[in-house]
Design a protein around this ligand. Structure first.
Ligand code: NAP
Length: 281
């Protein structure tokens, strides 16, 4: 078997085309959406994500305010800055780039991203709405993963889905979204015992860990669908968490890295900026 490649491009293009139309309607009312990207220090992966967002925003007519803070700032200073951006009426969406450097704890600062502008669904209130089955803004990587499964008509009702990773940006929100699709979910993490026996029973495997080559073909049931959200920078370029060669020989479908989840993620985040702008104006 050679796995079908699930490209993110047609989904990203469709989302972007619809966002452009909605943005044109805003423009006719004299409104320009504005996204504040808040970063602390310079993490290379976060900077490259910010670069892709800025490029995508430009193409869509969304303004970006770059709020860069030095890595030496205190947690209180960061909270104060997030409060200030939350109050700034010229900003419609805000995104805090992670990981945060040093002793700054993401869990203690995201409460200061106001829910109306929380386009990446980082505030615990946004997460609570998602878990409650009435989402407002959803972490964009998680939504991208589920959009890919929907777009390619992967059967989800009753499907046993194993998720690798339990972070608030991938594992947890993906589990909430797939429960709404009537999938049966197993969430795994670094302390999981017997990972392979779990993945071998899965119809769908979603991996977002950050370890190149973690999923190999022999860990899968023949015909399984694999969505790879991992991003690993290697000397030969960017790769996901999947050993592509062995997985392609066993899986029926696989999302590539690059060219899979990442492109959809950016498009959905920018769409959320448009939604936030519509709601605030
Ligand atoms: P994170 O917060 O470090 O979470 C990684 C998760 O993987 C943790 O829950 C960890 O378990 C779990 N894990 C570690 N080893 C494991 C194993 N052997 N089996 C199962 N789970 C294991 O990272 P993140 O922010 O979620 O990002 C994860 C990956 O996704 C990274 O490669 C990142 O670059 C990528 N990413 C991609 C996008 C995109 O748009 N495509 C967006 C964001 C992130 P513990 O909780 O026990 O530590």
């Amino acid at each position: 078997m050679t796995a079908r490649l699930l490209s993110g491009k047609p989904i990203a293009d469709r989302v972007a085309a619809r966002s452009k139309e909605r943005n044109e309607a805003l423009k006719r009312r004299g409104i320009t959406p504005r996204l504040a990207i808040i970063s602390v220090g310079t993490d290379p992966a976060a900077s490259s994500y910010a670069g892709r967002l800025i490029k995508g925003a430009k193409g869509m007519g969304i303004e970006v305010a770059d709020v860069t803070m030095p890595r030496e700032i205190t947690e209180q200073e960061l909270r104060d800055r997030l409060d200030a951006v939350s109050r700034d009426r010229t900003v419609h969406g805000m995104l805090l780039l992670t990981p945060l450097p040093g002793a700054l704890d993401e869990l203690h600062v995201v409460d200061h991203i106001t829910v109306e502008k929380d386009v990446e669904g980082m505030n615990p209130f946004s997460m609570g709405l998602l878990v409650d089955g009435r989402p407002k803004f959803i972490p964009s990587t998680a939504e991208a993963i589920v959009e890919m499964l929907r777009y390619y008509d992967i059967p989800l009702r009753g499907a046993h889905t194993v998720i690798l990773g339990r972070s608030t940006v991938i594992g947890r929100p993906v589990a909430s979204l797939l429960l709404e699709e009537d999938a049966t979910i197993t969430i795994t993490h670094s302390r999981t015992v017997g990972l392979e026996s779990l993945t071998r029973g899965a119809d769908v495997v979603v991996v977002g860990v950050g370890k190149a080559g973690l999923i190999r073909g022999e860990m899968l049931k023949p015909g399984a669908v694999v969505i790879d959200a991992g991003i690993n920078v290697t000397p030969t370029g960017i790769v996901g968490d999947v050993d592509t060669e062995s997985v392609s020989a066993v899986a029926s479908a696989l999302s590539p890295v690059p060219g899979g989840v990442g492109a959809v993620t950016t498009a959905l985040l920018l769409r959320n900026v448009i939604t936030a702008t519509e709601e605030q104006t």
